[in-house]
Design a binder for this molecule. Structure first.
Ligand SMILES: [Zn+2]
Length: 143
């Protein structure tokens, strides 16, 4: 996913650009949360700020389930990050660049999730693994 360094902060009275460098987790929680939007003209996607303590830096990403408008620079990046699923026959394949980014996105997702959301995600993944395994078994039988 392309990194987003700048977003629009919208309050009742004004609208300012905010750079990721000037944001802190504390500021975000106290002031900016739920009021950040994609800076691309014509795109209204709601954004959130995430601080990655491992990389020691913050970045902006889509608010959960938010979509960028089709002509926004970040639109395709967003679609790519959602297609991290494997296709039949690729189970043992080497990770493509796209898939690597997808798993990176997944790690970022986990950082910004609540415990409840994490549990939901784990359940989903368990089911997906089962499905992948059955696809693999089927493709082996056919050979
Ligand atoms: Zn956008």
């Amino acid at each position: 996913m392309a990194s987003v360094d700048e977003v629009i902060y919208r309050s009742d009275t004004n609208e300012v650009k905010v750079n990721v460098e000037s944001m802190s987790a504390k500021d975000y929680e106290e002031k900016y949360r739920e009021n950040l939007y994609c800076a691309f003209t014509g795109c209204e996607a709601k954004m959130s700020y995430v601080y990655d303590s491992k990389l020691n830096r913050g970045y902006f990403r889509n608010w959960r389930h938010e979509q960028h408008s089709a002509d926004c620079d970040y639109f395709t990046a967003n679609v790519k990050s959602k297609s991290g699923s494997y296709k039949e026959g690729e189970v043992f394949g080497i990770l493509t660049k796209k898939q690597k980014y997808a798993s990176l996105d997944r790690a970022f997702d986990l950082l910004s999730m609540t415990e409840e959301e994490k549990n939901e995600r784990r359940k989903e993944e368990k089911n997906q693994k089962k499905r992948k395994l059955s696809i693999l078994v089927r493709s082996l039988i056919q050979k």
